[in-house]
Design a binder for this molecule. Structure first.
Ligand code: FAD
Length: 573
């Protein structure tokens, strides 16, 4: 049957991190018809599967949305590039694969029944398949593959020794919630034997053959169709356009069906607004009918702003860097690296480059780490850490060697600044206006400034000092607080952790867009949001694991649970 006549129990808008999970779970018993509409192509490309391929995914002409923020006056009038995956698997197919849950206090701080640290822990464990266990606080029977990073470099060891010398404790497992998050150590990764374990590979692909699951790629949803029924607004389906032919289609819900918004923290609020769901004044300004006045749609945007400290190695140690291990002097990928990857499932191609590091408090005033340090055993050639990856991915074009050294990418992981996603136009093909608004809370700038200072302290310790020479970024002459802050404003980039733009909560009066009891959009029936946009406050770690946790819970909810139930201790006989 054509999509014009076929009706679906669930229409999943966006086959990304959360969308692939829902697609699998909701189609598993064969009773429900599920449609997934994904704007991008499949996630099968080699640069997606091989972790080091990440350098080619930033700003990718097809697999990335290529979005930037609006001009930021406080960041010397720059636009900030905001990477977002555009493929089946979404940003789990283009991210750095780091597996961090944050801490129980992150979730407790939401103040929402059913979402405390204790509640979410069960779901993190349930979702996980940890390969190097058993280990407390980890699961081994879920679908999300997690393992210890497989690429080892002597510079990692020297970083650990330098961090210890600077007073940082060792932390053998950042996801072990019986201990504080602080410390240095390996970051676990969402990989399976050194292959990226995005949700396309782990959840959707195994389900693709099911008769009751239809996945359409190259299908950009342009609107949720909402009927103003007697019992209030009701979602009836969606409109979408195929990218290839520019044709417009409608997909309809079967009676009682639901549209599940999984387009991510930028596109979900954008699509809701295009559908008349959002702040009434902004909708009216663009000539859109107001279906539901929800001021929280697009508000509350949060991210991890980041800055780098980079230091060149002494000439005799050039060869130690991951960059030298991948590329030869002419910018060709070394055959040895390929063989190591294919046969040993390790070596420099097995890493996204930043899977070792530390979580620290830059001042005693913080009760939890405010800074994550991602240690890269290679020297950033550009102070914008994201653009440094792009430059690395393009090295072959330049046909030259990459100098050795190290980089510490510093992220304000419990940033308090808030921005917004708003309408630029009523045209669905015009990207929304994203005001990332870093440093609207000055504490975030202080974290990165202090982070630069602390990174210098680590680099000055003998284990690293003996290998290194010139600090390239910020550069030694940048020494005063004012100069470091100026450097941070000039070079700050995204830690790629956008969340919060359709926050869950108790009621729209508090800015919430969906109910924390069931993720339903307030005031519209048949419509839920299940993706990173529902996280009301950013967790202190990368946001992929939290998104998976939300999607796993949502699937359980749709499969029978009536509301998000709080964690209960087992009752002993
Ligand atoms: P996404 O996974 O982005 O999925 C949204 C999907 O919707 C995409 O496939 C998109 O193409 C599709 N879509 C959007 N609009 C439409 C439309 N109109 N019609 C149809 N389809 C549409 N997290 C970690 O845990 N660890 C990391 O190391 C890490 N590093 C990151 C590095 C980068 C470069 C990026 C971009 C993110 C990183 N993150 C990381 C964050 C993490 O990947 C995201 O928080 C998470 O993937 C968000 O999931 P989501 O389901 O909300 O959105």
């Amino acid at each position: 049957a054509s999509l014009r006549t076929e009706k679906f129990d669930y229409i999943v808008v966006g086959g990304g991190t959360a969308g692939c999970i829902l697609a699998n779970k909701l189609s598993a018993d064969g009773n429900k018809k599920v449609l997934v509409l994904e704007a991008g192509p499949s996630g099968d490309a080699m640069e997606v599967a091989v972790p080091a391929g990440i350098a080619r995914l930033f700003a990718h002409p097809v697999l990335d949305w290529g979005m930037s923020s609006v001009t930021q006056p406080q960041l010397v009038a720059r636009e900030i590039y905001l990477a977002r995956g555009r493929l089946l698997g979404g940003s789990s197919g283009t991210n750095a694969t780091l597996y961090h849950r944050g801490t129980p206090a992150d979730y407790d701080s939401w103040g929402l029944e059913g979402w405390t640290g204790k509640d979410v822990l069960d779901w993190f464990i349930k979702a996980e398949c940890y390969a190097d266990g058993p280990r407390p606080f980890h699961g081994q029977s879920g679908s999300m593959n997690v393992e210890q990073p497989r690429y080892q470099n002597v510079l990692h060891d020297e970083f650990f020794r330098a961090a210890a010398a600077a007073g940082v404790p060792a932390n053998p497992d950042f996801n072990d919630w019986s201990r504080p998050q602080e410390g240095y150590g390996e970051f676990q990764v969402a990989q399976k034997k050194a292959e990226r374990a995005d949700t396309y590979r782990t959840y959707l692909k195994p389900a693709m053959g099911r008769d009751n699951l239809k996945v359409v790629t190259g299908a950009r949803t342009t609107k949720v169709n909402v009927e103003k029924g007697s019992a209030g607004p009701l979602a009836r389906g969606v409109e979408y356009a195929t990218q290839q032919f520019g044709e417009r289609y409608t997909a309809e819900l079967a009676p009682g069906g639901e549209v599940l918004m999984c387009a991510g923290a930028v596109h979900t609020p954008h699509l809701l607004m295009l559908s008349g769901i959002g702040p009434a004044s902004a909708l009216l300004e663009h000539g859109l009918d107001v279906v539901a006045n929800l001021p929280g749609v697009g508000a509350n945007l949060q991210d991890h702003p980041a800055a780098v400290l980079a230091v060149r190695s002494k000439p005799e140690f050039e060869g130690l860097s991951v960059t030298s291990e991948i590329y030869d002097a002419k910018g060709n990928i070394r055959v040895g690296a390929v063989i190591k990857y294919l046969i040993g499932r390790n070596g420099p191609l097995a890493t996204t480059g930043c899977d070792h590091g530390a979580f620290v408090r830059t001042s005693a005033a913080h009760s939890q780490p405010d800074l994550q340090m991602r240690f890269v055993p290679g020297c950033a050639l550009v102070a914008d850490g994201v653009k440094a990856y792009v430059a690395f991915g393009e090295l072959k074009k330049q046909g030259c060697a990459w100098p050795g050294g190290i980089t510490l990418q510093l992220l304000a992981i419990r940033a308090k600044s808030k921005g917004s996603v708003g309408l630029k136009a009523a045209d669905p093909f015009t990207n929304p206006s994203i005001n990332i608004n870093y440093f609207s809370d000055p504490e975030d700038l202080a974290t990165l400034r202090n982070g630069v200072r602390f990174a210098r302290e680590i680099v000055a310790q003998e284990p690293l000092h003996k290998l290194l020479e010139e600090e390239t970024f910020p550069g030694e002459r940048i020494a005063s607080d004012t100069d470091i802050e100026e450097y941070v404003r000039r070079t700050v980039h995204s830690g790629n952790a956008l969340v919060g733009t359709c926050a869950m909560g108790i009621s729209p009066a508090s800015g919430a867009v969906v109910s924390s009891a069931d993720l339903k959009v307030f005031g519209v029936q048949g419509l839920r949001v299940v993706d990173a946009s529902v996280l009301p406050r950013i967790p202190g770690g990368q946001t992929g694991a939290a998104t998976v946790m939300v999607a796993e819970r949502a699937a359980a909810l749709l499969l029978g649970q009536t509301t998000i139930a709080p964690h209960r201790e087992p009752v002993c006989a």
